[in-house]
Design a protein around this ligand. Sequence first.
Ligand code: ADP
Ligand code: DP6
Ligand code: CO
Length: 367
Amino acid sequence: MAEEAAVVTAEKSWVRIVTGQTPTNIAVIKYWGKRDENLILPINDSISVTLDPNHLCTTTTVAVSPAFDKDRMWLNGKEISLAGDRFQNCLREIRKRATDVEEEEKGIKIAKKDWENLHVHIASYNNFPTAAGLASSAAGLACLVFSLARLMNVKEDQGQLSAIARQGSGSACRSLYGGFVKWIMGKSEDGSDSFAVQVTDEKHWDDLVILIAVVSSQQKETSSTSGMRESVETSLLLKHRAQEIVPKRILQMEEAIKNKDFPSFARLTCADSNQFHATCLDTTPPIFYMNDTSHKIISIVEKWNRAETTPQVAYTFDAGPNAVLIARDRKAATQLLQRMLYYFPPGADADLNSFVVGDKSILQDAG
Ligand code: ADP
Ligand code: DP6
Ligand code: CO
């Protein structure tokens, strides 16, 4: 995460501005289902990989000024409402922890108690498709919490900020760390033990190359929030998955990551993506996030992996048709790109819109 602060003063007013940047993360063991809708507490642990912010990230600028008469937000240039519980919970939790800000030379003095009456303006921009299954809510809400915390001089550590970001969007709690990250579901009713921790840092396993195949940048029909609510209400497979399957997979996945064991990593990642989509199909009415192009990508990767002595690529699909392909190294990534271009030739009617190739993650400035 990057941040920069600037302060502009005028005779009768001032504005303090902070800009933050946060990458998205893609789960390799998926979160799907809440036990508490308001606090956003999940029914299972999940593990994700934080992507390279040079490729997929959110940039959010937050500003405070006595001239602002209400909180306002713009997403990708369009004003959106901050009325929902998620935004309100994040704003409240950050405001509660705000501390004094003093910049004498610029004539700014904000006391802790002043924050209650000051309003913020927020402008956020995603450099990748929003609400299309590439975890925009993860990067977006993590960036919002990170930037507001800097603006208001909040002194909490990353773990506590992660628990606040979780209340904006579950997957957001994992975007405050680089590398591989685990969201511990926690047991408490108040959510105090439900936050993300780093499994391995961004330097670990830097052979991996991630390629994102954008099948569609359209907004999905069923948001993650309502999709998982319907699955919790109607899918028996989801209950079985959360209670019997995921706890074992989490342990195996942590081992695979720590040991850089690509065959196990690929097997678990692909199986978990497929099971998550199976729970969507097991939902009434069924939810279809993948499309024919997604299925074709799975077949290509499965056939290729089986033809080799060891798997070359893992695939995972979030709540949308877009593929996240994780190649074991640069050589496999080059071959993957060649294969994708062969099976999906670019052109006016192409099934794939674009590719984004990036490193696994970044060295983050934790501020
Ligand atoms: P995705 O798969 O992209 O995460 P979701 O259905 O989980 O899709 O969430 C999409 C919603 O997340 C958007 O409709 C918007 O409300 C919110 N969101 C996305 N990007 C941002 C952002 N940069 N700042 C604040 N909220 C965002
Ligand atoms: C399939 O975090 O977007 O991407 O908590 O309701 O905002 P809310 O949902 P969200 O769900 C993410 C679901 C997923 C899997 C994952 O990221 O673990
Ligand atoms: Co989301």
